[in-house]
Design a protein around this ligand. Structure first.
Ligand SMILES: NC(=O)C1=CN([C@@H]2O[C@H](COP(=O)(O)OP(=O)(O)OC[C@H]3O[C@@H](n4cnc5c(N)ncnc54)[C@H](O)[C@@H]3O)[C@@H](O)[C@H]2O)[C@H](O)CC1
Ligand SMILES: [K+]
Length: 504
């Protein structure tokens, strides 16, 4: 699905209202009802006693008024508060009129902020996508008051104080929500680590925004879901043979890190590749032959690290990096690979660190190479970022400049493309923050590229399947118990779910 800016969200609103020939009040009623239902599905009146709804002057506040009315009607003990303002949005005013007699709107004042009991439910409807500047004055004081309270906070659409598309100054207050319930689509702000403490767990509720608008609006940011992946992974050919599915070469491992080569190899084999050859230093031979017998072992003459590039003609894709370390000889192998490879490349780990330390090599990067840095490795390639938003700008620039696909690994791994698009992944869990997880991703991506999938499709599918394998594995191991080797067992099922079904 697409990720919209705050301005595009307003346009989506307008397009929906026009298409339905309805009103903004009707859309607000629908949006707020979806939010009320989200609460009703999780809490009964005694579990949210009292419920305190804090409203701002705009439509986010209007949503809050609707939620307050509906929860009151559902038997919740509700108190509803509004920030004083010179003017309120028309839909705020309309919904203030609709508050039932037993539910008076109280105006907030700095001198007498309401006491918030520990077991209260707080609904934060102060500000949403309309926030244009950091909060100050009474609004800031209310946010600080909410953040000091021990109560559970559910934020309407956005935690108040958070800007939808940019960083706010470090000192400006933002609500720290337990849950953020957003309308229809996730917001960019939710996907960035710097906002995690404000957003809490986020959820989206459908509110029936115009399908046509959402399908056509121009954006360069996407949230990768199964709909976006549909049709990208063909089913296997009935008459296919191992030659049909490519021959991958992995350049991986050094003394003490042959495990990285093994993990990448197992993942590659589990991702449908026809044949796999693994080039490790000589120290890796027995280990690899024993732990990945389906792969062919092609050892380097050097005992402990990679020192020579093998002949590349047999291979349809090459992955380099897991466990290779940073020996000068290995840098030479990387340089030779960049100069001579005529097939798709995937670069990871110390291959990226070698690139970062020798930036002249970046000029040799073949177009459509996939790079898989974590944020520290990315910093070595593209320089330091001021914050998560700046890092995304650097990612866009880097991919454009080097015509490559860069997989910035993290909680919502972000794929940057040469066309300037960003795709945020939706699968995976914190259990995957464990050594070897990245080696598995390299194996998957190399296998998909070896099977002749375009770089974009291979990257999107590979990232998603890697996370999905982690989610499936964690059902058995728990998150803390998850190790990278567990991922490999679930790559097959994850890819199967994404495979284009045979239709009549
Ligand atoms: N399509 C949808 O997703 C729908 C969203 N809805 C809700 O509408 C809000 C956005 O409403 P809007 O009126 O545009 O903005 P806000 O309520 O977030 O706030 C605007 C309000 O606040 C004033 N303001 C802005 N910044 C500050 C500040 N720093 N200090 C004080 N005051 C500030 C501004 O002048 C306005 O008066 C969205 O988040 C959803 O909750 C619809 O209900 C349904 C469709
Ligand atoms: K809010």
């Amino acid at each position: 699905m697409r990720i919209l800016t705050a301005a595009q969200t307003r346009q989506a609103d307008q397009a929906t209202i026009q298409e339905e020939n309805s009103s903004s009040a009707a859309l607000m009623e629908r949006a707020a009802t979806a939010l009320t239902e989200w609460i009703l599905a999780r809490l009964s009146p005694p579990e949210a006693d009292p419920t305190l709804v804090f409203c701002g002057p705009g439509n986010n506040g209007g949503d809050g008024l609707v939620v307050a009315r509906q929860l009151h009607q559902a038997g919740f003990t509700v108190q509803v508060f509004a920030l004083p303002a010179e003017g309120y949005s028309p839909d705020f005013d309309a919904n203030r009129q609709r508050l039932p007699a037993g539910l008076a709107l109280q105006t907030l004042s700095a001198a007498a902020l309401p006491v918030i009991a520990p077991d209260a439910l707080v609904v934060d409807a102060l500000f949403g996508t309309g926030l244009s500047r950091p909060l100050t004055g009474l609004a800031a004081a209310v946010v600080q008051h909410l953040n000091q309270a021990p109560a559970r906070v559910v934020a309407v659409d956005m935690p108040s104080g958070l800007l939808a598309d940019a960083s706010q100054p470090a000192a400006s207050p933002v609500v720290r929500a337990r849950h953020t319930v957003s309308f229809e689509l996730p917001k960019l702000a939710f996907l960035l680590p710097q906002n995690a403490a404000y957003v809490g767990r986020w959820h989206t509720v459908p509110i029936g925004l115009s399908r046509q608008f959402l399908a056509e609006v121009e954006t360069n940011m996407y949230f990768t879901d199964t709909a976006l992946l549909a049709g990208r992974l063909p089913a296997r050919d009935q008459f296919g043979h191992k030659g049909t599915y490519g021959h991958a070469l992995l350049l991986a491992g050094s003394r003490g890190k042959i495990g990285a080569a093994v993990l990448a190899a197992q993942a590659c084999l589990r991702s449908g590749v026809g044949l796999l050859t693994v080039r490790t230093p000589a120290v890796g031979y027995d280990i690899l032959q024993t732990s990945a017998p389906e792969a062919m072992a092609l050892t380097d003459p050097a005992p402990d690290f990679l020192s020579e590039l093998p002949e590349l003609t047999p291979y349809s894709a090459v992955g380099m990096g897991p466990g290779i370390d940073k020996a000068e000889e290995t840098k030479h192998v990387l340089e030779q690979l960049l100069r001579h490879a005529k097939v798709p490349l995937v670069l990871d780990a110390d291959a990226l660190n070698l690139l970062g330390a020798n930036p002249e090599l970046l000029q040799l990067l073949p177009a459509d190479t996939i790079l898989t840095p974590h944020p520290k490795e990315f910093e070595r390639l593209a320089g330091p970022a001021r914050d998560d938003y700046h890092r995304l700008e650097l990612l866009r620039e880097f991919c454009r400049l080097h015509r490559c696909y860069t997989v910035l690994k993290g909680a919502h791994t972000c794929l940057g493309t040469p066309a300037g698009e960003l795709y945020f992944n939706s699968t995976g869990n914190p259990g995957m923050a464990t050594g070897g997880s990245g080696d598995v991703l390299t194996g998957i991506l190399t296998a998909l590229r070896a099977q002749h999938l375009p770089a974009l499709d291979a990257a999107l599918l590979g990232i998603y399947a890697h996370g999905r394998a982690g989610d499936l594995a964690a059902r058995h191991t728990g998150q803390a118990g998850l190790i990278a080797g567990d991922l490999t067992r679930f790559i097959g099922p994850a890819l199967q779910e994404l495979t284009t079904p045979d239709t009549f």
